[in-house]
Ligand binder design. Structure first.
Ligand SMILES: [Zn+2]
Length: 133
């Protein structure tokens, strides 16, 4: 690895096994550490721990987004309505799980992952970078 002024910043991510990257722009979204028999640990690009949301909270937030997008009611909000419906469907499909929400710091694409889904993505990734889709 090349030494750079950023190396000190990167040191806070030591011990993290995988980078979660945006499938749209390839920017790093977060670092994730998985160990057998221990809790998952996720840190975002600001060095903050990413904490999961309970399913009820995640679903409630998506329902508010849906009603807000419907209230706007113009053609520009159609995409927001569809995105909110997709999120609601996903949270319902994965009912009973906790969820992690990620937003790409570069392009703003949002990703939702249930804990089992995220764990599966990471464990099946062939290399150190895991593209969220
Ligand atoms: Zn992105």
């Amino acid at each position: 690895m090349v030494r750079s002024p950023g190396a000190n910043i990167l040191a806070i991510f030591r011990g993290y096994d995988r980078e979660l990257v945006c499938s749209q722009c390839r920017s790093v979204i977060a670092w994730i550490r998985l160990r057998p028999f221990s809790l998952i640990a996720i840190r975002d690009t600001l060095g903050q721990d990413v904490t999961p949301l309970g399913g009820t909270v995640a679903l409630g937030a998506a329902e508010v987004e849906l009603s807000d997008a419907k209230a706007v009611g113009d053609s520009a909000s159609d995409g927001d309505v569809r995105a909110a419906r997709r999120r609601i469907d996903y949270f319902r499909r994965e009912a009973g799980e906790v969820f992690y929400e990620f937003t790409c710091p570069n392009c703003g694409t949002r990703y939702d992952r249930s804990l089992p889904h995220l764990t599966k993505d990471v464990r099946h990734a062939p290399a150190g970078r895991v593209a969220l889709k």
